[in-house]
Design a protein around this ligand. Sequence first.
Ligand SMILES: [Mg+2]
Length: 132
Amino acid sequence: MRDWSLAQWQAWAAEFDRLRGWDATEASQVVAHLTEELGEVAREVLRLEGYKEGAAEAQAALAGELADLLMMVFKLSALTDLDLGAAVAAKGAELEGRFEVAPSREETRRFLEARIAAAEARLRALDAGHPG
Ligand SMILES: [Mg+2]
């Protein structure tokens, strides 16, 4: 198994595509493929959560779709000559500064309590025989 850095995967994607002539594609085409893969990720998450059938197989399938999505990110990064590793490191630092732990946990608690209340209201409406 390859335990590579983002830069190494980006370089791998660049070479993979160059050897096949795929580096001649437009960035917008890679974005279209990336969007396609994101839809496949969404489908597997819906299955994993039980909204669609196939929850037992969904986790392995989700891993494959996330890998597809990441490959498209590596391809797009390579095609547009940006430093994905540096961008991810900068974003991680930005997020740590922006979202402190305690306030974020409190916000999550309020969100979950609101979701529970909404679900209970929908259940009462369902039981009463009319839409919530
Ligand atoms: Mg896929």
